[in-house]
Design a protein around this ligand. Sequence first.
Ligand code: ZN
Length: 367
Amino acid sequence: MIHYSKFKESSIQGRYINMDSIQKCFSKLSEPLIEIGKSVNQVQIHAFQLGNGPIKVLLWSQMHGNESTTTKALWDLVNFLRSNDPLAYTILKECSLMVVPMLNPDGANVYTRENCNGVDLNRDAKMQSQPESVALRRLFNSFQPDFCFNLHDQRTLFSAGNTNKPATVSFLSPASNKEREITPTRETAMKLIAGMNVMLQKHIPGQVGRYDDGFNDNCVGDTFQMLGVPTVLFESGHYPGDYDREITRKYIFLSLLEAFKIIAEHQVDEFSVGDYFSIPGNHKLFFDIIIENAGIVNPRISNTHKVGVRYKEVLVDGTVVFEPQITEVGTLNGFYGHRTIECVDTKGFGFTYADTPLLDLLKNTKE
Ligand SMILES: [Zn+2]
């Protein structure tokens, strides 16, 4: 039994995590920092190694600057590995972890997916046109990992399969060719994911999803898999009510820990490819809010229709603000809301004070 709260890194929380936010975490490390390169804005990109075991694992987070949940979980994992838990000892004895907590510091600073040239680093694997892409590839080449963990966040719209359960955590063993063949490399990553899924189902049953495996050799994961290194894509998703992703953070921490446990104890082959494929695929079935009976507030909207709202994440004064946007009006059959608002009267009863901007938006919208 892991007591997560003992290891949670309390100096970082919420969605906006930039290089400044993690300086304290870096300063606690006794391991030397390795400068693997500089960002477009000349910010040093650091890595560090934990453990000295024979199985080498390369992990990088925040390749997409606004995807910070896995960065938080990584530092929680560092705290665990620095504890005197026997599992920490086993992992550090069997594995060498090369950790890049923030590959895209410029994007993280302004809360964008892309780097400061507007390039998606996860579509730059072939070209390697950006210094951040070069830094990661150089590290990959010199470290020669046995496993790669590609750490991301996904949007709130994903459900785990055709269900009303959000995909709180999603995984992918990326394809390594157009035919999506199950190569031995892919198979190893699939088994590892199946193992993490067994653990996660005990905590968040039905809330684990599997990503689409369309091949794109511009994606870093597909490329590393193609180069023969089992690569796992981790996606932190939505947990009900947890827009700060502090709960999802815990499930990512537990997933990382489980993966290292399976690797360190040489248990990968205990799991099957079939179990990987039994994880439901991600579907796009969620809105952040679904508004029912909107015709009461705005007669231009049919009463048989619902209004689908998705949040746009905007950085305002160092905080991520969730700005509601009406993205669809229709029957919305088969769709779900993380929250449902039922309009009760023309004044907007059913909405809270905090929903005032949303109510104004609703009054001014047309079908
Ligand atoms: Zn991402």
